[in-house]
Design a protein around this ligand. Sequence first.
Ligand SMILES: [Zn+2]
Length: 127
Amino acid sequence: MTRYRRTKTHRGIRDIKRAKRTRARTKDLDQIHEDMKTPEKFEQQAVDADLPGLGQHYCIQCSRYFTDAGALSDHYKTKLHKKRLKVLKESPYTQKEAEAAAGLFTDNGKGRVSGVDDATATGLMDT
Ligand SMILES: [Zn+2]
């Protein structure tokens, strides 16, 4: 495998084995979006001896546990956390969006009345 092939495959993920491991699988972005709607759920968590810091210091955006409050506040300053915040600003990809991209839409009679969506939807259906 030449160097060019190595950089072009696997979309820049350096460690493929680690990325595929399910043992340390983290939450997906859409799951984190769900969590961010109820942040109070994560402020007071039950004590879990298996988790770092008994599961008391949790970063919702990165879905990671930290050993103490200092480590958590240090984490908030890191590049990884800031990158994650940037990614989470976008709304999650939904099934509806995927169907709209494929030219499908929900025909429940409501969209028929008015709107630009109706015109584009019918335009797509004609072609
Ligand atoms: Zn974080």
